[in-house]
Design a protein around this ligand. Structure first.
Ligand code: CA
Length: 304
């Protein structure tokens, strides 16, 4: 569905104000004690971004970047999904800018961690807002952004909007990101149920996005990474049409590449009314991973 932001603000203002409470305008760091993965590990990665069956453009961008430095003793990777909004070419431009800037900030950091990820999001927000403010063609553009950074066995997530990050561990799928939508806030506050939210007409109204305002609230937190974990990032074009259980089953049963294909295909068969993007990363001992090495260190997609 087309994202909308804030245009229903008045309708829900009392709800938003009660939810936002004291943290309006600040970054939210949800402290979470995590263990560093110290064993030898590697990744099998895959992603797919599909225009879907209805849209004329793909406004999603996705990227997997392996980071290199002589100081690293273990694989380091940055995974990103961004879902742009704004009409014409603006949404496409916003998600591309987000991916490009976040990658640049992380790639040039000497030892990137949670604070660099937060900084990367703030810089991307600033750049998108500036372009939108100075160019009528891009006025009002914005994007969601969900990132997973794993460096030397430590993981961090940063997130804005309603793209999602999941982790499959011991065959159980957990959603690690929180949807930044008015409807998700209504569920968290007990106003409607999760089932009602799935069919709510305003379920795609975001209460924050990257690039639409000068200030940005970012959800960022450490993420526990263990051997056998599968991380999956996706845009709402996927999770609107494919259930939690279906995502879980596909990650259990298929390789990252096969699960990306399966999930995108499933969303297309159910209408594919939005762009569909999926990133999947399987972390395990090198002996358990695919023997086929990646041909490129950085893979970015943005279908126009
Ligand atoms: Ca979307």
């Amino acid at each position: 569905m087309n994202h909308t932001i804030f245009n229903l603000f008045n309708k829900y203002s009392s709800i938003i104000n009660s939810i936002r409470g004291n943290y309006l305008g600040k970054s939210i760091s949800l402290s979470n004690k995590t263990k560093q993965l110290k064993e030898d590990y590697g990744f099998d990665t895959a992603f797919l971004s599909d225009i879907g069956c209805v849209r004329k453009r793909n406004e999603d961008s996705a990227s997997i970047t392996f980071l290199h430095s002589p100081r690293y003793t273990a694989p380091c990777v940055l995974a990103l999904v961004a879902d742009g909004m704004g009409g014409h070419k603006a949404g496409n431009h916003a998600s591309q800018l987000a991916v490009q800037i976040i990658r640049e900030v992380i790639e040039t950091a000497s030892n990137p961690s949670e604070s660099n990820l937060e900084q990367a999001f703030l810089e991307a927000n600033k750049a998108i807002f500036k372009v939108a403010s100075e160019n009528a063609d891009y006025a009002g553009m914005g994007t969601t952004a969900t990132a997973l950074l794993i460096v030397e066995g430590n993981g961090w997530m940063a997130h804005v909007g309603d793209s999602r990050m999941y982790r499959l561990r011991n065959k159980q799928l957990s959603q690690l990101s929180q949807d930044h939508t008015l409807v998700a806030n209504m569920v968290r506050n007990g106003i409607i149920t999760g089932e009602q939210a799935k069919v709510h007409p305003d379920r795609n109204v975001l209460d924050r996005a990257m690039g639409t305002h000068q200030r940005l609230e970012i959800m960022h937190m450490p993420i526990d990474v263990a051997l056998g974990d599968i991380f999956m990032l996706c845009s709402d074009g996927l999770h609107d049409l494919v259930s939690h259980e279906e995502i879980q089953e596909s990650l259990i049963n298929y390789s990252p590449q096969a699960s990306c294909s399966f999930l995108v295909d499933l969303a297309r068969r159910r209408g594919g009314y939005d762009n569909i993007s999926v990133v999947s990363m399987y972390c395990d001992k090198p002996s358990k991973l695919s023997p086929i090495p990646s041909t490129r260190d950085t893979i970015t997609i943005n279908n126009v």
